[in-house]
Design a protein around this ligand. Structure first.
Ligand SMILES: NC(=O)c1ccc[n+]([C@@H]2O[C@H](COP(=O)([O-])OP(=O)(O)OC[C@H]3O[C@@H](n4cnc5c(N)ncnc54)[C@H](O)[C@@H]3O)[C@@H](O)[C@H]2O)c1
Length: 333
């Protein structure tokens, strides 16, 4: 057990990826504290709430961050204001995504933390010059969200180089899977499409659907993040976390309709300002070679798992939560 009796802080641990990470850490018998202001997170996501300590608060709160960081060995920072809100209020986004990371690093340095893991995003690559994208390729910042994630990364590197603070960075491509709630208007495209297909509503694709993304199942992302926290080889390093496979959004919609086995139609609508990334697929050789990580769940299997989970949630909440009709979703996370 890699995290047996380790004291761990998960900022953003009530969110989609954070809550999946928390479940695995609890399985590995870590003592987990979650710091989350429930901006997009939900306590219902944390299935082991009685086995962790939950603190409702913000990573912007320097004092609170320090009080929590001083109690732990490892910090995972997944707290985020996502791409859609950040485009509307870049200052708040800067405070949380960059400022929150900065606060964690300041405290981690003070308390000699064993490892800080930052969950970054492939958004920092923008429209790449070449595919698949390598970690050392140029960044291309197309929105405030990407700017704040890159700033968070840069501070991690600065603290590693200057103060020898053991940091690791994982750059996720589009993540999907269980606990990604389609009720959240910023949810991923898979969750959104699945929700519509299950409800036999048309699937709306912004633009021509020939844009591509690299989709990774959340369990694989959690494992990559844990390896980044555990392996000495990950210190001072950044790793792409993706499937290494490029998927057209049109093809994704078809797989989802096949999975749901109904007569949902695909409808193309106007592209949005935030959909300014045409193609994306990550090169995952570095994490494969260094940390021996490869994604285990292929897209079809991951979609079936997510479909089963979402259908079960819908049955549970038939007349409440998940009966929704939002028309916004994030492709370019
Ligand atoms: N989901 C993806 O496809 C994807 C892709 C690339 C990178 N990421 C990164 O992974 C991380 C987790 O993303 P997610 O998809 O689980 O998002 P999410 O919105 O489900 O989770 C983010 C969590 O952060 C919390 N939060 C927001 N502001 C906070 C604050 N000020 N203080 C404390 N907590 C706060 C939210 O309440 C939520 O629980 C983020 O850092 C994101 O940038 C996600």
């Amino acid at each position: 057990m890699r995290f047996l009796n380790k004291n761990v802080l998960v900022a953003g641990g009530a969110g989609f990826i954070g809550s999946n990470l928390v479940s695995q850490l609890v399985k590995e018998e870590a003592n987990v504290i979650v710091l989350d202001n429930l901006f997009t997170g939900d306590l219902d996501n944390i299935d082991c709430l009685d086995q962790i300590t939950f603190i409702k608060g913000s990573v912007e709160d320097e004092k609170l961050v320090d009080q929590l960081v001083c109690k732990v060995d490892i910090v995972f920072n997944l707290a985020v204001r996502n791409i859609i809100v950040s485009t509307k209020s870049p200052k708040l986004d800067f405070n949380v995504n960059a400022g929150g990371m900065f606060n964690i690093l300041m405290s981690a340095r003070k308390h000699n933390i064993e490892r800080v893991v930052f969950s970054s995003s492939a958004s920092i690559y923008g429209n790449p010059l070449y595919l698949p994208i390598n970690e050392i390729d140029r960044t291309n910042i197309l929105n405030p969200y990407a700017a704040s994630k890159l700033t968070g990364e840069n501070y991690c590197f600065a603290f590693y180089e200057t103060y020898n603070l053991p940091i690791s960075i994982v750059r996720y491509s589009n993540v999907y899977g269980i606990k990604q709630n389609p009720e959240n208007p910023y949810c991923g495209v898979i969750s959104r499409f699945l929700n519509d297909a299950i409800e036999e509503k048309d699937i709306h694709i912004h633009g021509d659907g020939d844009q591509t993304r690299d989709f990774t199942y959340v369990e694989d992302v959690v494992e990559a993040t844990l390896l980044a926290a555990h392996s000495p080889k990950a210190i001072g390093e950044v790793f792409n976390v993706g499937s290494g496979r490029e998927t057209y959004i049109n093809d994704l919609a078809k797989i989802i309709i096949d999975t749901c086995g109904n007569h949902t139609k695909i409808v193309h609508i106007d592209r949005r300002d935030i959909d300014n990334i045409r193609r994306r697929v990550l090169n995952i050789e570095k994490i494969r070679k260094t940390l021996r990580w490869i994604p285990k769940t292929n897209l079809q299997t991951g979609i079936v798992k997510t479909y089963e989970w979402l259908s079960e949630q819908k049955n549970k909440n038939k007349h409440s939560k998940l009966s929704i009709n939002t028309k916004t979703f994030a492709v370019a996370h």
